[in-house]
Each structure stands twice: as structure tokens, then as C-alpha cells.
Design a protein around this ligand. Structure first.
Ligand code: CP
Length: 308
């Protein structure tokens, strides 16, 4: 059993919770690679996916995870709902729950929105990304992907590169990887590193070559222009020159590292196409693994036991 009722952030999880989710995801990864990719585990549940912010991977991955578990699925997009007529978040969700919905998966542009909802409605809440705060299922699938690629997360050196300041992926990854015993570093321009970052126990690099020479795994993040109200560096061209990963830089390391990216990729800015599509990249494995990890999260939050 998980120690939490909701999945609001990795910060609320114990190491045992993460280990249980990853173990359960191993089983579901086998399930989704079988000719019949479905199990009846959640056929008695209805789950709503509430997306107040754009998404490709997370929205489709949750929907597929729910369908693979045989849950009934409702999809809600804020722009085409009565939210645009002034309805509050709590009223919207309580109306949906009145239709006998059992679980809410929510992405929202405001940090803390998932916690706010969990405090006010009577349902299980799964945070699918809240502003620049946390993206717990992304961190779980990233840890799962590292474990499958390298055998273990413990003792591995993982650097998260790019726009750490605006990244919910970075914060959730730091919490999750540290829980599992990895050494974690961040790398980026000083203007895109939060002032509090050292207090999280991470190494801090401002030079990408130094960071890549240190690490076993590099998780490349995009620049989140949609969350930036000011300019943090002179130009994207300059950012790419200093923090973009391309073949000549990777080759110059003279060692193998694993390349990750949560998506969406901005090809030619933080990562070249040759690297994104190259043999060191596990970017599409992350996407595949995301379905299995989200199946595990939903299954365990529904109170099901790990024996599938
Ligand atoms: N990684 C991720 O959250 O991607 P989406 O924004 O497409 O869901």
C-alpha cells in the first residue's frame, strides 16, 4: 500500500512508495507489451483527466494507462468547458464528481493547484503537473527509465540541464532521484538556476562540459518561454552555443552517457536532432515507460494490491 491517498508531489512520498510504484510498473510494462495490452483491474472505476494547460505526452499517457486498466475515462479540456464562463475549479470538479467519478488527474498552470483541490474535494487527486512546482509521474517514469537502462538508480550521477528555474520536472526529479540514492546535479545559466537550489543537496554546474564529464545520465530540459516574463539570456542562439548538446560535444567526452528529455523537444536548441534520435538517447523509452508507470500509480492509488 502507498503511504499517501493522493499523488500531489514526490516530496510527499517515502522511498518505499517509489520502490513499490517502480516494481508495479515493471509488471505493467510486461502487460502493455503483450498482444492483449489490457487488464480488468480498474473496470469498476471512472477517472477524469482535467487539463487546464496543454499536453501531449502526459494527457495521452494517462488516458492510455486508464484504458489499459479498463477504467471508464472522461477527458476535460478547460478551453471548451464552463470554466471559460467563470466557474471555479472546486465547483467544476464537484460537478464532475457528482457524476460518480472516482479519481481526478489534473494538470494546471498554477503551482499548488493539485494540493488546493485535494484539500477541498472528496476524491483521489493525481498531479499531472502544477505550474513550475512538481510533475511527479514524470519523475517516476524518468527514474524507472534510468533503472531499466542502467540496472539501478542508486549511485548513479544524474545532471538536469537547462531551465531549472521554471521546471516542475527538475524539482520532482531531484526529490525522486535523491530518494533512490542517486547523486543529482543541475546545470544551466546562473539566471535559470533558483537561488535556493544548493539547499536541495544538488551539485551546481554552470559549465555544460564539466557537468557532462561528471555525469552518467544527462536529462536535457527545454527553455520554458511560456513561463518567462523577462529575458534570462541574450538569445536562443547564445543559449545553444553554451548549453546545447550536439554530436561534437558528446563525442568529445570519450565516454558513454545516457541522454534523456521529458519532451516536448526544441530540436536544435537544447539538443540536436542527431543526439535526440541517436543511440545514447532513451527519450522514446521514457514515453513508453510513462504508460506503465502511470498504470502503476493509478492502480496503487485505487488501493489495489501489487499482485496483479
Ligand atoms: N513531459 C511532459 O509533461 O510533456 P507534455 O507537456 O506533452 O505532457
Amino acid at each position: 500500500m502507498l503511504s499517501v491517498k493522493h499523488l500531489l508531489g514526490i516530496k510527499h512520498l517515502k522511498k518505499e512508495d517509489v520502490a513499490l510504484i517502480l516494481r508495479t510498473a515493471d509488471t505493467f510494462l510486461d502487460v502493455i507489451n503483450r498482444p492483449i495490452k489490457k487488464v480488468p483491474s480498474l473496470r469498476d472505476l471512472t477517472i477524469v483527466n482535467l487539463f487546464f494547460e496543454n499536453s501531449t505526452r502526459t494527457r495521452l499517457s494517462f488516458e492510455l494507462a486508464e484504458k489499459r486498466l479498463s477504467a471508464d475515462v472522461l477527458n476535460f479540456t478547460a478551453s471548451s468547458s464552463s470554466v471559460s464562463k467563470g466557474e471555479t475549479l472546486v465547483d467544476t470538479v464537484n460537478n464532475i464528481l457528482s457524476m460518480k467519478v472516482d479519481m481526478v488527474v489534473m494538470r494546471h498552470p498554477q503551482a499548488g493547484a493539485a494540493q488546493f483541490l485535494a484539500n477541498r474535494v472528496n476524491s483521489v487527486i493525481v498531479n499531472a503537473g502544477d505550474g513550475a512546482h512538481e510533475h511527479p509521474t514524470q519523475a517516476l517514469l524518468d527514474a524507472f527509465s534510468i533503472r531499466r537502462k542502467l540496472g539501478d538508480v542508486e549511485g548513479k550521477k544524474v545532471v538536469i540541464v537547462g531551465d531549472i528555474l521554471h521546471s516542475r520536472v527538475a524539482l520532482s526529479n531531484i526529490y525522486c532521484l535523491q530518494l533512490l540514492g542517486a547523486e543529482v546535479a543541475v546545470c544551466g545559466p546562473p539566471t535559470l538556476l533558483p537561488k535556493y537550489i544548493s539547499s536541495l543537496g544538488v551539485k551546481v554546474f554552470t559549465n555544460l562540459v564539466d557537468a557532462l564529464q561528471w555525469c552518467d545520465v544527462a536529462n536535457m530540459l527545454r527553455i520554458q518561454l511560456e513561463r518567462q516574463d523577462t529575458r534570462y539570456f541574450p538569445s536562443l542562439r547564445e543559449y545553444t552555443a553554451l548549453y546545447g548538446l550536439d554530436t561534437s560535444l558528446l563525442d568529445s567526452l570519450q565516454k558513454e552517457i545516457v541522454i534523456m528529455h521529458p519532451g516536448p523537444i526544441n530540436r536544435g536548441i537544447e539538443i540536436s536532432s542527431a543526439i535526440a534520435d541517436g543511440r545514447s538517447s532513451i527519450i522514446l523509452d521514457q514515453v513508453e515507460n510513462g504508460v506503465a508507470v502511470r498504470m502503476a500509480v493509478l492502480y496503487l492509488l485505487a488501493g489495489r494490491t501489487p499482485e496483479i
